[in-house]
Design a protein around this ligand. Sequence first.
Ligand code: HEC
Length: 127
Amino acid sequence: MRKVSLIILGFLLVLTTSVKSAQAELDMDLMQAIEDTNKSLSSNIAIKDQKASTSDAKELEQMFSKVETYFVEKGDAPDAVDLAKKSKELSLEIVKSVTAQDFDSATNAATTISRNCRTCHTFYKKS
Ligand code: HEC
């Protein structure tokens, strides 16, 4: 089902490229990368690795930014836009906390991000 809709989406993207060249697509490689980076971030915060946590959190921030853009352009998904935006902000908070060696705050923010993943999937993930 997902493959079929992706193929259809692909055709639509090609057809509309000339009109909407900035059309985004929520690709599953991006979600997979978010999953991997989120896991890596949690363990790097747990072992208080400042450098690795910072780079993971910055990466997550950029990826959530893409997720936000996707849902803004898709339209009719205000909750998803909000969750992506909040996750993006939390990623930046982690960068700040980790820089200040405040790993407790970083852990709390990371927990909230993981909760946001589940919330968004509950409402917007089809399979
Ligand atoms: C704003 C919404 C939103 C947020 C936040 C979000 N996701 Fe997703 N995610 C989705 C949607 C939508 C899909 C799949 C849509 C579908 O099933 O067609 C998805 C799919 C996935 C998949 C399946 C990928 C695959 O190959 O099938 C994984 C893994 C995943 N997300 C991990 C995460 C993790 C981990 C986080 C948090 C760190 C997260 N997501 C946050 C919306 C979100």
